[in-house]
Design a protein around this ligand. Structure first.
Ligand code: FAD
Ligand code: NDP
Length: 519
């Protein structure tokens, strides 16, 4: 080995050692701080960040606190929205609704089910089963935090200054924690409309999954994800459900797809009150709820009586309790703006998940961003969160999943002449025997018009939409083109294979409905 090689190896080693030491000095607790990291909010993003930080050698505390809902006083354990009042209970209730349909389909397939016409849901049993699962997840989460040596503090967090968090416990006592780095991951809570009776008589998604009585005839106000999903599973469970729509269905989504989702719900006897906003909610003499509303186009007033009114009008970021002024963190409305490194305007304070401004409010987004952030702070990683091409599913009765651009956004970005839209209706094989409606099963690929036609967006309405879209999302992220898609051999008989059979463009004007069941 030459002198030169030895010298060069030594200097490389010295360089690495120096940079690791300087890195450690920057990232790990100064002796004056109690923690390397304090995370405010023990939900999807906060926990992912905290666990990853500990794995990278940091000393971490997580504060999590749930303020009970205003009227029913519903509260829950560690884990945040997704586990307790979001994705998980929602998916379970959606599944319960699908199983109800499945019982009737089973009969068509030859299962002898005694008294099938008498089959009805047991709301209390469903709630109990769902809540049991949630409690088990809460428990596993606490054990996991203990094992991983993340200190969990059941307290409401607020800032004293940019390095000090005040933890306010349930009994009113306070504890001061100092930290070199602070991550805000407080998420959001449902909004209530500013109309008489809204808070007194209405409930939200925070209450529905643990409601002690069956909801009965329900008015769901709001036509976003939560509105459509809740109305969908309630109807599937046998309760009358109506959706009140202020303007459009599923704002931000491809509007052709959104309207097909709504049409498929109307076909299942879920009425939509379009262009309508609520004016008031009152209790009737027999304890039901009288909702007065108005059509925003015609000014025509109307009213109806319901057993439950569920507000699904969006979620408010939980910035108010944080006393962000004390740390100098700026907000944008009820959200916190961050740069591409999830840094707020204060260098050692970061934010991830639903609380950040202008990004998808989804659990896997919060988790991924939280992990990457921890790795950048504590292990020298540089990878940034990519918020583009995040796939998502609306768990409506006939599910809708998409990744990438909507048709209208693709046209707005690239111009109509530069976009090709492939589409087709299809007939799931398993729908034939029970004679389920295939009218709204539809797929669409939005692509560049030239060259190999890079896929810009994929949209699917049909069964198990999330399962179908997950793999395609990876393909889109890897630069999928229409040429590759149509050269991919399908798996038959599946609904996912419909993407590999997309032969008709919208521009051609040809009929996108299939001629036969399985050609
Ligand atoms: P959260 O999970 O909301 O966690 C924040 C935590 O911080 C909460 O526990 C909160 O109580 C606590 N907190 C707030 N303020 C403080 C404070 N000052 N001090 C201490 N603790 C505080 N996403 C999907 O990907 N798929 C789905 O199917 C899906 N379904 C959903 C269904 C419903 C009904 C809802 C409401 C949401 C759904 N979401 C879904 C969205 C998903 O739940 C959120 O995107 C995700 O939970 C956001 O994670 P987060 O870490 O940002 O916040
Ligand atoms: P959204 O913002 O998606 O939808 C809110 C709906 O309420 C819109 O239809 C809106 O209408 C309407 N609305 C707003 N204000 C009023 C009002 N004052 N009166 C009447 N209607 C009103 O919120 P959601 O609560 O449905 O969901 C919040 C977030 O949670 C979503 O963005 C999503 O990221 C996440 N989520 C994800 C799910 C999933 O992945 N499957 C499931 C559920 C939630 P307008 O269009 O006119 O503003």
């Amino acid at each position: 080995m030459s002198i030169l090689t030895i010298w060069s190896r030594r200097s490389t080693l010295t360089l690495i050692r120096n940079s690791v030491e300087s890195y450690s000095r920057r990232c790990f607790a100064h002796k004056n701080y109690d923690y390397d990291l304090v995370v405010i909010g023990g939900g999807s993003g906060g926990l992912a960040c905290a666990k990853d930080a500990v794995a990278n050698g940091a000393k971490v505390a997580v504060l999590d606190y749930v303020v009970p809902t205003p009227t029913l006083g519903t509260k829950w354990g560690i884990g945040g929205t997704c586990v307790n009042v979001g994705c998980i209970p929602k998916k379970l209730m959606h599944q319960a609704a699908l199983l109800g349909e499945g019982i009737h389909e089973a009969v068509a397939y030859g299962w002898k089910v005694e008294g099938v016409e008498k089959v009805k849901p047991d709301w209390s049993k469903l709630v109990q089963s769902v809540q049991n699962h949630i409690k088990s997840v809460n428990w596993v989460t606490r054990v996991d935090l203990r094992d991983k040596k993340v200190e969990y503090i059941n307290a409401l967090g607020s800032f004293k200054d940019a390095n000090t968090v005040i933890a306010r416990m349930k009994n009113g006592t306070e504890r001061e924690l100092t930290a070199k780095n602070i991550v805000i991951a407080v998420g959001g809570r449902p909004r209530y409309p500013d109309i008489p009776g809204a808070v007194e008589y209405g409930i939200t998604s925070d209450d529905i999954f643990s409601l002690s009585h069956a909801p009965g005839k329900t008015l769901v106000v709001g036509a976003g994800y939560i509105g459509l999903e809740c109305a969908g599973f309630l109807k599937g469970l046998g309760y009358e459900a109506t959706v009140m729509v202020r303007s459009i269905i599923l704002r931000g989504f491809d509007q052709q797809m959104a309207n097909i989702v709504a049409d498929a719900m109307v076909e299942r006897n879920i009425p939509f009150l379009r262009n309508t906003v609520p004016k008031s909610v009152e209790k009737t003499e027999d304890g039901r709820l009288l909702v007065k509303y108005v059509n925003t186009e015609t000014n025509e007033e109307g009213s109806d009586v319901y057993d439950t009114v569920l507000w699904a009008i969006g979620r408010k970021g939980l910035v108010d309790d944080l006393k962000l002024n004390n740390a100098g963190v700026v907000t944008k409305g009820d959200k916190i703006p961050v740069n591409e490194k999830e840094e707020t305007n204060v260098p050692n304070i970061y934010a991830v998940g639903d609380i950040i401004h202008g990004k998808p409010e989804l659990t896997p987004v919060a988790i991924h961003a939280g992990r990457l952030l921890s790795r950048r702070i504590f292990s020298g990683a540089t990878q940034l969160m990519d918020y583009d091409n995040v796939a998502t599913t609306v768990f409506s009765p006939l599910e809708y999943s998409s990744v990438g651009l909507s048709e209208e956004n693709a046209i707005a970005k690239y111009g109509e002449d530069n976009i090709e839209v492939y589409h087709g209706y299809y007939k799931p094989t398993e729908y034939f025997v029970p004679q389920k409606s295939v009218r709204y099963c539809y797929v669409k690929a939005v692509a560049e018009r030239s060259g190999d036609q890079k896929v810009l967006g994929l949209h699917y309405i049909g069964p198990v939409a999330g399962e179908v879209m997950q793999g395609f999302a990876a393909a889109v992220k890897s630069g999928l083109t229409i040429k590759i898609l149509l050269n991919t051999v399908g798996i038959h008989p599946t609904t996912a294979e419909e993407f590999t059979r997309l032969a008709i463009t919208k521009r051609s004007g040809l009929d996108p409905t299939p001629a036969s069941c399985c050609s």
